[in-house]
Design a protein around this ligand. Structure first.
Ligand code: 6PG
Length: 478
């Protein structure tokens, strides 16, 4: 292991727990020392000397690095690769950009060194006691390391939350989309909090109880569970609830944005995830928002309905929106898989996300079933089970959005989810008008509903329109 920060150290300890003999390297002697202390009688060797570290490894070597994405990954590759030999394997376990992974794989392949991009999800405790692992790269190299990965990964019903995902950057791509879904889900949860706190005036203990209750039913998931816990936390210094002391600007490291960017590049609609990224950006405008809250005052009547009934609607709306968010992520994976030749098995992706990772949720079992029944399912909303679940809750999704509009509380991710649902089930969208406009101002042409071919109209010239049967041939311009 190169990089003995919290994640690297915890993964090594996890390997040590499973009886593997491992070595760790970091230039920071305090990190090395603290690992030595914690290692106890596990077979863990730690050093600040790169040569010593390399010598400790059996050939063909497998080196896993857990360092921040970007320049630090290249710095490690630069320092470590001269010590590696043909057939060795270098694994990047960080949240790297998938196109960087492709490039690194190509460069190292020229030196006959295998390079793996592996998504690692689950944070500190996941790394220590069982993460979800998303490896991609050379299959034969994977076969060498899979016993270690399977041993340390989280298990659900005895199945490890790791599997070989595909060649090149498949693993890092899947991790990016995992994080994009994470952005969507956290934004939806933030909106439920806003509605219940600002809209319904519920207290933190009441919020704890509600989220806890939700986490026991169909919404059972890691994110709902930790949300419940957050509302219990009291600051030891002030005695106040932690949640009320945290500044309302959400930071980001880039994976959500990469999901949205990739979706745009591949022309896949992922508007809940896009909105979640936008909302982090809006949240960062704290000073402007503060000023605008005085300038742009709008009076709205306080909530006057039945709070209990509303909370129940919110629960249903959240479940429907969660399905829709996962749907967007999975459709993106499906398209990326075809475009980039990852050959992803979405049943496997659903399986390894059931445990260990941040987006783990009971819902993933149903998604897995959906892909098991139909491996090339184009959209989860067409699965008989999931579609029924969304249809049964869509009225509640509309209801909570209506209330949010009346209260003046933004529910951008819920709105995006409903719009995705309504857009996807629209046999006819107003895009015919968009096409007409594009053709009008830019001669971009359009297709017709009544004839094959590509057409252009001279919109501002008075024109006698020929019958459609003739129109195809006569006005075909491309
Ligand atoms: C995980 C998390 C992890 C990290 C995110 C946070 O799967 O364990 O997703 O990768 O917490 O990168 O991302 P932001 O800082 O962009 O919210």
């Amino acid at each position: 292991m190169v990089g003995l920060g919290v994640m690297g150290r915890n993964l090594l300890l996890n390997m040590g727990d499973h009886g593997f003999s491992v070595a760790g390297f970091d230039l920071d002697s305090t990190k090395v020392e603290s690992l030595r202390q914690e290692a106890g009688n596990r077979k863990i060797f730690a050093t600040t000397a790169l040569k010593e570290f390399i010598l400790a490894l059996k050939s063909p070597r497998a080196v896993l690095m857990l360092v921040p994405a970007g320049a630090p990954v290249d710095a490690v590759i630069r320092d470590v690769h001269p010590h590696l030999s043909e057939g060795d394997l270098l694994i990047d376990g960080g949240n790297s950009f998938f196109k960087d992974t492709n490039l690194r794989e190509k460069t190292l392949a020229e030196k006959k060194i295998h390079f793996f991009g592996m998504g690692v999800s689950g944070g500190e405790s996941g790394a220590r006691y069982g993460p979800s692992l998303m490896p991609g790269g050379d299959k034969t190299a994977y076969n060498r390391i899979h016993p270690i990965l399977e041993a340390i990964a989280a298990k659900v019903n005895g199945e490890p939350c790791v599997a070989y995902l595909g060649p090149t950057s498949a693993g890092h791509y899947v991790k990016i989309i995992h994080n994009g879904i994470e952005y969507g889900l956290t934004q939806l949860l933030a909106e439920t909090y806003d509605l219940m706190h600002r809209g319904l005036d519920l207290t933190n203990p009441e919020l704890h109880d509600i989220y806890h209750d939700w986490s026991q039913g169909e919404l059972n998931s890691y994110l709902v569970e930790i949300t419940a816990n957050i509302f219990k936390q009291v600051d030891s210094e002030t005695g106040k609830h932690m949640i009320d002391l945290i500044l309302d600007t959400a930071k980001q490291k880039g994976t959500g944005m990469w999901t949205a960017e990739s979706a745009m590049e591949l022309h896949v609609p992922t508007n809940t995830i896009d909105t979640a990224v936008t909302w982090r950006n809006l949240s960062s405008l704290k000073d402007e928002r503060q000023a605008a809250s005085e300038l742009l005052k709008v009076s709205s009547a306080p909530f006057s309905g039945d709070k209990k009934a509303f909370v129940n609607q919110l629960k249903n709306a959240l479940y429907a929106a969660m399905i829709i968010t996962f749907t967007q992520g999975m459709t993106l994976l499906r398209t990326a898989s075809k475009t980039y030749g990852y050959d992803l098995n979405l049943e496997v992706v659903s399986r390894i996300w059931r445990g260990g990772c941040i987006i783990r949720a009971g819902l993933l079992e149903k998604m897995r079933d959906a892909y098991r029944k139909q491996s090339d399912l184009s959209n989860l909303l067409t699965d008989p089970v999931l579609s029924k679940e969304v249809l049964a809750r869509q009225a509640d999704l509309r209801a909570i959005i209506r209330t949010s509009v009346d209260l003046g509380i933004p529910t951008a991710a819920f709105m995006a989810s409903l719009a995705y649902f309504d857009g996807y089930r629209s046999a006819r969208l107003p895009s015919n008008l968009t096409q007409a406009q594009r053709d009008y101002f830019g001669a971009h042409t359009y297709e017709r509903t009544d004839a094959k071919g590509v057409f252009h109209t001279r919109w501002d010239a008075p024109e006698v329109v020929p019958p459609p049967a003739l129109a195809g041939k006569e006005r075909q311009t491309l």
